[in-house]
Design a protein around this ligand. Structure first.
Ligand code: 13P
Ligand code: SF4
Length: 345
């Protein structure tokens, strides 16, 4: 395997927007011109060029979540996807450096799967309300209260919480992970709404954690969906399963971010409302020019902490390295790897 000498300093790039750079970067602008105004492109273009050059020099891979802004998603990503796809990619990459363009738990998952690689986060403060809703001590308390009941943990959690868990899951495979265990009862942490949504689809009894919810998806109400349907003819509505169950009941389809994208490209609706984080509609509308997107706009403030200048800093200075206590990482690996080995999407 190729190993780059990452102790070497790299040259600072020139970040001026010149006519020559403008010409050179035209193919990238073509990908985002429907969602990034022309006046904003000179801010992004020099960073896109510098990042794409430096990531080759560093043998770095950029794993980009579907909620990242279009200039990141379309112009510098090596892989885009939902939490499940990104963790599978992290497990198999042969790059020396992983730059995780997403929130902290995603970067930690990559480090858990690749303890010997350098994993960098453009912003170590990019958190998640779900990950912050539960601690390892809380999980120990649940295990004491329900002895013998397996703990299924949504990946939106810290490494310490994963280390106390039997198996992880994502929104793309949660039901199938639960059903793979061959038990009648599970503890599902920490997302109470995801747990309630799965409970409607399975016979397995689910013990929930009542403090956990996504601060972005919990803002949607059934009325938002009903009003949109009443005011837009022929509208299809698709929603992320972190939304409350009464919101999901009003939607035509619910699935992980990757499954929502798949649904749009397979069904090619005339008009669609994506009930999830804002940037998803921008990213997907760039690829589906014939679909009209109705955009309810709830931003994830944590995902939006990731920017091109911060990604460039990662590549220049190898800053913001994600580190996990090796004992915790080893225990957490068991839960994440068990999910990946099930190989379900
Ligand atoms: P996905 O795994 O569906 O991409 O969801 C991650 C997430 O944080 C949604 O809020
Ligand atoms: Fe966490 Fe919600 Fe942001 Fe996803 S959208 S990262 S669940 S706060």
């Amino acid at each position: 395997m190729k190993r780059t000498d990452n102790s070497q300093k790299v040259n600072l790039p020139d970040l001026k927007f010149t006519p020559q750079l403008d010409m050179e970067m035209k193919p990238y602008y073509q990908k985002v011109k429907r969602v990034i105004p022309e006046i904003e492109w000179p801010i992004h273009a020099p960073y896109v060029k510098a990042i794409n050059e430096l990531k080759k020099e560093r043998n770095a891979v950029l794993l980009v979540h579907n909620y990242q802004t279009p200039e990141i998603y379309h112009c510098v990503a090596d892989f885009v996807g939902d939490s499940l796809a990104l963790s599978k990619e992290a497990a198999r990459t042969d790059a020396d450096i992983i730059i995780q363009c997403g929130v902290h738990f995603m970067a930690e998952t990559s480090k858990i799967l690749n303890p010997n690689k350098i994993v960098l986060s453009p912003d170590l403060d990019a958190g998640c309300s779900l990950a912050e809703s539960i601690t390892a001590e809380d999980v120990v308390g649940l295990k004491e209260k329900y002895p013998g009941v397996p703990v299924v943990t949504y990946v939106n959690t810290s490494a310490e919480v994963k280390a106390e868990s039997d198996i992880c899951c994502t929104s793309g495979n949660a039901q199938r992970v639960i059903e793979s265990l061959g038990v009648r009862k599970v503890i599902f942490i920490p997302d109470k709404y995801l747990a309630q949504n799965i409970a409607k689809e399975t016979d397995i009894e689910i013990i929930t954690w009542d403090n956990g919810s996504c601060e972005v998806h919990e803002l949607f109400t059934p009325e938002d969906l009903i009003e949109a349907r009443d005011s837009v003819d022929n509208l299809k509505i698709i929603a992320h399963p972190e939304c409350p169950p009464n919101v999901i009941s009003e939607a035509d389809f619910s699935g992980s971010t990757a499954k929502m994208i798949e649904w749009v490209s397979e069904n090619k609706p005339d008009k669609v409302m994506m009930v999830t984080e804002c940037s998803m509609s921008d990213n997907i509308s760039a690829e589906n020019p014939d679909v009209e997107f109705i955009r309810p706009c709830n931003l994830c403030p944590h995902m939006k902490k990731i920017t091109l200048p911060k990604i460039l800093d990662n590549l220049l200075y190898l800053n913001n390295e994600v580190k996990i206590d090796p004992v915790i990482a080893k225990k957490a690996f068991h839960a994440v790897d068990r999910m990946i080995k099930l190989d379900i999407s």
